[in-house]
Design a protein around this ligand. Structure first.
Ligand code: PNW
Length: 469
């Protein structure tokens, strides 16, 4: 395979990413408690891929040495993984730490470091302990915040001597939308369909900010690591850039999708002014559906991320769709996200390849959010199960990395690293095993869960080892 001409800095971090529930399996092993995803998949009524679950998944709980050997062979310098909260604190109400769960992550972290791979660790990648949903009300209740802080404290305390890169939440924008506004993901509540995601994101962003301050004050002085948040963000392009209604709709899209997090964290500790006005004017007088931060909250939220963790997959053309008369969340949005028939499409119905969207988005993050250090914490493409010859994935990766290189070298975006989603085929949430993101294929009908390289492995190895695409 020919070496490319688009280069990356010599200290650029190359990695692959996974998440606990999607790969570990061992759902009831060694004292692990139940998570909302265990019951969501076992009940199956809301699953697209009925019967699919993370019960065994890639069996990485037992096969992690093999995964690490694959990464060593690729030559990546970092692995983005997540911790299963119910493995570490099975019953957060009692608060007792499960030493077997801690020991498992100690084994993984030590094996990574032995292989010369830095762990980059996400605290919350969606597997909430079930008791917190059932007894506390999940992320819809602010009573959950102290439980999250206790969990974060245990993780920093137990693993922070070796883990120097922390992510509090993976894609709160997605798990809130899919789990509380829609019923696609656990906990499958959809009870915020009309009110909108605002009360839930209000709790999550404050939990994030407090965990950041906890690390900053109690652990950073000795552990000297970094901590931030990862957001999923499509690029949003006005469908007709000369139509002011589409330009406004595009801004609403951006603010509703991620402004609920980016504005408090990276701008000024508060929600965007346009959004505050719009939602309050569409709520009962004096009772905006968008909550209000106290001055103290604004102070701890502002600047509460050492980097911008970006999961970029795709782009939407945003068209204005006047629905102001519709009460609630739908009317708040009054937009429609569309796609272009010329965009190549993955197996996942939402995933179209739009590489230029990544470069545009990076420029916007640089300009709007104070030129932060950026890590692409996920980027990837789906193919059909069993496919090993994956030229469409290679093309997706090649084109996105080319745009990324231009964003770094020409636009001076401070992108420090890139994590490919995903190292191995895994449990793709409500789609189960129907859509495959791995560069290694897994046969989920074989109890041994063998890992087999797809063509994209050789491509990514070449990029990682040459620093060029
Ligand atoms: C992310 N969308 O989820 C998650 O962080 C991963 O766990 C997941 O496997 C990966 O991306 C691929 O889906 C997303 O609808 C889910 O735009 C849905 C969307 C984006 C990201």
């Amino acid at each position: 395979m020919a070496e490319g001409t688009h280069s990356f800095p010599s200290d650029f971090v190359w990695g692959t990413a996974t998440a606990s529930y999607q790969i570990e399996g061992a759902w009831d092993q060694d004292g692990k408690g139940l998570s909302i995803w265990d019951v969501f998949t076992h009940d199956a009524s809301l699953m697209q891929d009925k019967g699919a679950s993370g019960d065994v998944a890639c069996d990485s709980y037992n096969k992690y040495p093999e995964d690490i050997a694959l990464m060593k062979d690729l030559g990546v310098s970092s692995y983005r993984m997540s911790l299963a909260w119910p493995r570490i604190i099975p019953d957060p109400i009692s608060g007792e730490v499960n030493e077997k769960g801690v020991a498992f992550y100690n084994r993984v972290i030590d094996a990574l470091l032995d292989a010369g791979i830095e762990p980059s660790v996400t605290l919350y990648h969606w597997d909430l302990p079930l008791v917190l949903e059932e007894k506390v009300g999940g992320w819809a209740s602010e009573d959950i915040i102290p439980y999250f802080l206790k969990y974060a404290d245990v993780c920093f305390d137990r693993f922070g001597d070796r883990v120097k890169f922390w992510i509090t939440f993976n894609e709160p924008d997605i798990f809130i939308d899919h789990g509380y506004v829609l019923d696609w993901h656990a906990p499958g509540r959809a009870d915020f369909k009309d009110i909108g995601p605002y009360p839930v994101s209000f709790n999550v962003v404050r939990a994030h900010g407090k965990a950041y301050r906890l690390y900053d004050e109690k652990y950073r002085p000795t552990q000297k690591g970094r901590i931030g948040i990862t957001l999923n963000c499509d690029w949003s392009q006005p469908k007709d850039p000369s139509n002011p209604a589409d330009v406004e709709a595009r801004l609403r899209y951006f603010q509703i999708k991620i402004g609920l997090f980016t504005n408090p964290i990276f701008v000024n500790g508060d929600y965007p002014e346009e959004l505050k006005e719009r939602i309050s004017s569409r709520s009962e007088p004096g009772k905006s559906r968008l909550p209000t931060f106290t001055e103290e909250e604004k102070a701890y939220l502002k600047g509460s991320s050492d980097f911008f963790g970006l999961n970029y997959y795709t782009t939407r053309l945003v068209a204005s769709k006047p629905m102001e008369d519709t009460p609630g969340y739908l009317g708040d949005k009054s937009y429609e996200g569309q796609t272009d028939p010329s965009w190549p499409r993955a197996v996942s119905n939402w995933l179209y390849s739009v590489p230029w969207g990544l470069r545009k988005l990076l420029g916007t993050i640089k300009n709007d959010f104070g030129d932060p250090d950026i890590y692409i914490t996920e980027n990837g493409f789906t193919t059909q199960p069993g496919v090993l010859h994956d030229p469409d994935r290679i093309q997706y990766l090649r084109e996105h990395l080319t745009e990324l290189s231009k964003a770094i070298n020409e636009d001076k975006c401070r992108v420090r690293g890139y994590y490919l989603w995903s190292l191995i085929d895994n449990f793709e949430w409500h789609q189960g095993y129907k859509e495959r993101f791995g560069i290694y294929s897994i046969d989920f009908s074989d109890p041994a869960r063998p890992r087999t390289p797809k063509d994209s492995v050789a491509f990514y190895r070449q990029v990682v080892q040459s620093g060029k695409v």
